[in-house]
Design a binder for this molecule. Sequence first.
Ligand SMILES: [Zn+2]
Length: 429
Amino acid sequence: MKMIPDRIKKEILSYGADNIVAIIGEYVPLRKSSRSYTACCPFHKEKTPSFTVDPGRQTWRCFGACSEGGDVAKFLMKIDGISFPAALEILARKGGISIPNDGYKEESERRNMLNVLRRAQQFYHNSLLQNQNGAIAYVGSRMTDAMVRQFGIGFAPLGGKTLVEYLDKERFPLDVAEKAGLIKKEDAGGYRDIFRGRVMFPIRDKTGYIIAFAGRTISATKSRYKYINSPETPLFRKSATLFGLDGAIEAMKLKGEVYVVEGYIDLMQMWAAGINNVVATCGTAFTREHAAILKHYVRRLNLMFDGDDAGRKAHQKAILLAVKEEMKATVFIFPDGQDPDSFYKNGGKTENLVTMSGFDFLKQSGIEMNATMQNLHRLERLENGVAYMARSIPAVARLLAKRGNLGELFSQEFLPGIEEIIIHHGGAR
Ligand SMILES: [Zn+2]
């Protein structure tokens, strides 16, 4: 049996917890009943279901003869008669999480890379505070001091070797810095900085560790690329990373929805406006992996990509991915020439933006919808219609209150809104 490092163990268990219904559902035919799932208990003989899986609490329990319960690993141990590590291996396989062959070596290498990335962030941040190459003029025009502090924004000086020399002086092994995507080998031997003359945005994993950087040039003419990212490293895969995820998780869980923006500064500006459930793609299109990550926390994606041609394509792709992951999508449309950065910077309010349901957006842009999507679209419009009538016609609200068991009529997402309307109209619940 391999030794499993704690970090991987955590990742496996959190994957298992997030997918408890699907995993237990492979062994037991689960039926949905309001907020949980039930079945006849696989561990004792019974005719009425007393076995319950609660995706909110991420646990299972038998309320019958066994009166046992626990997490998904405990379920696997019990049903397959296996040990805890064996259950973890099964979960890891299901979640596509690799358990390193030499867990400890890999773990220490990872720690070294995280260390050097953190130190590089401090170096960049100090370079900005010292106004190297006049970087403060640009940074000050785009963001406030509070934003700089909160997100740890920095500046990579011009020159080409400033970080290399700093890390060398601090006795950091340069091969680790190379592996972490900070510096690269020169043809002539020696190393040089990857980021030069750029404003530096630290990119963090979901637990807040810095795993990469994005760098924006401060001169309009000198560089071919406005933004560059760290290269792909053992810590960083662009297509599976969302900027701001670490800070957004709590708010996403609370609100059940997330705003998805294109730019780093878009996200920072929204934080400054008090909106925390927001993530940004790291200079890449929204991917299937992004959708799978967000599905752990939310049921709805609020898409805020640009209004241009590329932005429209990005919206379409993200909506299709959301549908695949059984999430809803809403497109937010900004006034001409504005993006989240300029809109929120000038005091714009989200509720004043024009929105469009994902399905309506697809339909309007001429995307062929399959039968399932067309049905979902009809259902969405029906629910919207009933909610609208309940809001404007008290008799409808009262009728719904009498009908009871609204969970059968409305999807989870609409339920709280409908209940609120009914209570508002004095319906007894
Ligand atoms: Zn039982």
